[in-house]
Design a protein around this ligand. Structure first.
Ligand code: ATP
Length: 503
């Protein structure tokens, strides 16, 4: 087998901490030699853990990491041709710039072939000579644009300069891959912007592979050849900055990268989608009745005379952002954000036009219904425009409900949970429908039914706030039916919102 053109390959990588925290899952990625790849995602999504596995500081729980086609999953960090730059520079404060960069080189031993007295060729490991170290340090300083700084004490340098020294220290070892974990995170905005350009230039000069971690979408879009968008430990999308921005594959990516309007929509005809109460031509071909998320970028919406576009609404705010105005328009109960180079007066009515290529449809993927809920009484939770009986003892392990109906914790503390906010989850198979509208916790109309082989998948939407209940059921109902939504109390999964846990 010839050498792979991928320098790094992650195959089905999974990392679980302490048998319970799944930090990384189903991670499959190919990184080409010389690419600038960025891991982008919110805090806690698994970016650093993935980087640490590539560096060798963490070992995958399962899956493989290949370097030039060879499995290195369990190889120790110092045996990998990889160096890491962290957010905190971790320079030695008592050493000057030269010594900081030369530090690793002085410890390094390189193989050299010699002929011994008996005429045999032997390999000896020798330390680098002074002139060799000088040459390497000088070259590294040149790359980070800090020639002449050799004698400076690192404590006299600015944050940006210190980070450049940290980069010089990493590249002086001539790694094949440079890993950068939020290296600009500690710098102020102006310095960060300058360093973004410089890092990109360094990448060009060095010609090696960069794997970069950030939660800053703009940074990722500016610097990368390839962006890997991660959420909850899983890759959401991999692509060039333009692909990720123009063709997000789901609402998470659309929302995370740039500004987006996201609406609930339904496909109502061949290349026709309905959302915000109007029907639009679109380019994504889905089956009729398919429910979709519709993503529209603010810059893809044009202002026109009322009555000329597909939508008409009232301007509720307009903010000048330097190059464009960010205008919020109320259309019935929907709000839509647009970007326009011309202003529109607040209070005025305007028309909006969206061309088919500005409308992106994404199939809604339902695994579980999720709602924001509030405990209303000791045994009732309000969510999805409804009130449901629930079991609150699941919120505190070992708790029970006393005779007066109060929750008592395992430690004997009586809790009044009225008004407490919770996350609610219900599986589609745990929801049923009834003709008796008073029997359910909520009521709504069936707005979609799709036959899925042995059952139907229904979506019931409430009238008040258009909350959706996705449910599966073998019986046939009709679209448009008004139904009650029934959920058994033991099937309603509750979790305290993080802010409530801290109280
Ligand atoms: P951030 O941008 O905040 O650094 P991240 O995307 O880099 O976040 P990770 O640091 O990779 O995220 O963390 C992913 C998940 O794994 C988090 O839930 C985190 O708490 C958990 N985690 C990370 N390291 C450990 C560890 N050593 N032990 C237990 N859990 C860990």
């Amino acid at each position: 087998m010839g050498k792979s053109e991928n320098i790094i390959e992650l195959i089905d990588v999974r990392k679980v901490f302490d048998d319970e925290t799944v930090a990384v899952e189903n991670f499959n990625l190919q990184v080409k030699k010389g690419e600038f790849v960025t891991f982008l995602g919110p805090s806690g999504c698994g970016k650093t853990t993935t980087l640490r596995m590539i560096a060798g500081f963490d070992i995958p729980t399962s899956g493989k990491i290949l370097l030039n086609g060879e499995d290195i999953s369990t190889l120790p960090p110092n045996k990998r041709p990889v160096n890491t730059v962290f957010q905190k520079y971790a320079l030695f404060p008592h050493l000057n710039v030269y010594e900081n960069i030369a530090f690793g080189l002085r410890l390094k031993k390189v193989p050299e072939e010699r002929v011994d007295r008996k005429g045999k060729t032997v390999t000896k490991f020798i330390r680098l000579g002074k002139s060799e170290i000088d040459r390497k340090v000088k070259k590294a300083l040149e790359i980070v644009d800090l020639e002449g700084f050799e004698k400076r004490s690192v404590s006299t340098l600015s944050g940006g300069q210190q980070q450049r020294i940290a980069i010089a220290r990493a590249i002086v070892n001539e790694p094949e891959i440079l890993l950068l974990d939020e290296p600009l995170g500690a710098l102020d905005l102006k310095m960060r912007k300058e360093m973004q350009v410089e890092l990109k230039n360094m990448h060009k000069k060095l010609g090696i592979t960069f794997i970069y971690v950030t939660h800053d979408q703009e940074e990722a879009l500016t610097m990368s050849d390839k962006i890997v968008v991660i959420n909850d430990g899983e890759i959401q999308q991999t692509g060039t900055p333009t692909e990720i921005y123009n063709e997000p594959v789901n609402t998470f990516v659309a929302d995370f990268i740039g500004e987006s309007n996201i609406f609930n929509g339904a496909v109502v005809g061949k290349l026709k989608v309905k959302f915000c109460g109007a029907t639009f031509d679109c380019l994504d071909d889905y089956e009729i009745n398919q429910l979709v998320d519709v993503v529209v970028r603010p810059e893809d919406i044009r202002i026109c005379k009322p009555g000329e576009g597909q939508l008409k609404g009232r301007v509720i705010s307009s903010v000048f952002k330097g190059v464009h105005y960010e205008i919020t328009v109320q259309i019935g109960k929907f709000e839509i954000v647009i970007q326009s180079t011309s202003d529109a007066p607040v209070g005025g009515v305007i028309g909006l036009r969206i061309e088919p290529d500005g409308i992106h449809l994404m199939e809604k993927v339902y695994t579980v219904n999720k709602y924001d809920g509030v405990i209303t009484k000791n045994n009732t939770v309000e969510f999805g425009d409804g009130d449901f009986e629930c079991d609150l003892t699941q919120l505190y392990s070992g708790s029970h409900i006393d005779e007066e109906g109060y929750l008592v914790t395992a430690e004997g503390e009586k809790k009044d949970l009225t008004g407490v906010e919770v996350n609610v989850e219900v599986a589609p198979s745990d929801i049923s429908m009834t003709d008796d509208l008073n029997a359910g916790g909520a009521k709504g109309n069936i707005i979609s039914m799709i036959y899925k082989g042995d059952h139907y998948r229904y979506i019931v939407r409430t009238e008040e706030n258009e909350e959706d209940y996705v449910l599966s059921c073998p019986d046939m109902w009709n679209t448009g039916d008004l139904v009650g939504v029934v959920i058994a109390k033991e099937k309603i999964k509750l979790a305290l919102k993080p802010a409530e846990e801290e109280k």
